[in-house]
Design a binder for this molecule. Structure first.
Ligand code: M1P
Length: 250
């Protein structure tokens, strides 16, 4: 019979364990390993495993009990892959291409301070759409982030996507989330961070979740507000440390 353990603590990565797309600090990594002596720990990120590994270290699959890249559409437990979904199979090639073509056409009309490469990144469980291109430097990433705050470039893009691919027109059943600093994630409804809970909900008595984008519309909102989790909103990685120390007596 499977044993129900006491506590799992799940973390978002960007803005929660590290600043956006940066490596987590050694003090954070040490604190997490101290926490792991008391409870099980896991991460759930919109990013894929290669980006998560850059931020949390190449050994991250062994340093967390659960690693859920791409919102858990790719799932690892104790270092082993347990499941992987495919958005391409789910949507179908024809619709997928209409969606990608629309995004590329929309982005071709945007005028930004810089544009570089990889405007669409295709992952297993989501499509990442990036107006300045994923290969921009950190400096250009920051300047796009500032411009986006001022001009709401991504919000307007999401509105256009919702009009074109929402219930009023060709409903692809997709959700659009503004997760990080420079891009938009598109994934089927329900394939948000709550998706990972199916792997852990019966295994633990309490599941805590720590995230920084917990307001409605943020990519941590659904899992933070879910009844199966105890949600903790943080301002930044330092706030995560402070809250962990207080809550788990570290
Ligand atoms: O914070 C999670 C997000 O991290 C990246 O976002 P950006 O490059 O816009 O900062 C992406 O990997 C995105 O998919 C992910 O949700």
């Amino acid at each position: 019979m499977s044993q129900v353990k006491e506590t799992l603590v799940l973390f978002d990565v960007d803005g929660t364990l590290s600043t956006a797309r940066q490596e987590a600090k050694p003090e954070m990594k040490e604190l997490l390993q101290n926490l792991r002596k008391k409870v099980s720990i896991g991460i759930v990120s919109g990013s894929d495993l290669s980006k998560v590994s850059e931020q949390l270290g190449s050994n991250c699959l062994n340093e967390f009990d659960f690693v859920f890249p791409e919102n858990g559409l790719v799932a690892y437990e104790n270092g082993s892959l347990i499941e992987k979904q495919s958005i391409a199979d789910h949507i179908g090639e024809e619709k997928l291409q209409r969606f990608i073509n629309f995004c590329l056409a929309y982005m071709s009309k945007l005028e930004l301070p810089v544009k570089r490469g990889t405007f669409i990144e295709f992952r297993n469980g989501l499509i990442n759409i990036c107006p300045p291109g994923r290969s921009v430097s950190q400096e250009h990433r920051d300047s796009f982030g500032d411009l986006d705050k001022e001009k709401q470039i991504r919000l307007k893009f999401v509105d256009a996507l919702q009009k074109e691919f929402g219930p009023e027109k060709e409903d692809l059943g997709l959700h659009f989330a503004i997760g990080g600093q420079i891009s938009i994630d598109a994934f089927p409804h329900g394939w948000d961070k709550r998706f990972c809970l199916k792997y852990v909900e019966k295994k633990f008595k309490d599941i805590h979740f720590f995230g920084d984008r917990t307001a409605e519309g943020g990519n941590d909102y659904h899992i933070y507000a879910d009844q199966r989790t105890i949600g903790h909103a943080v301002k930044d990685p330092q706030d995560t440390c402070n809250q962990l120390k207080a809550l788990f007596d570290l």
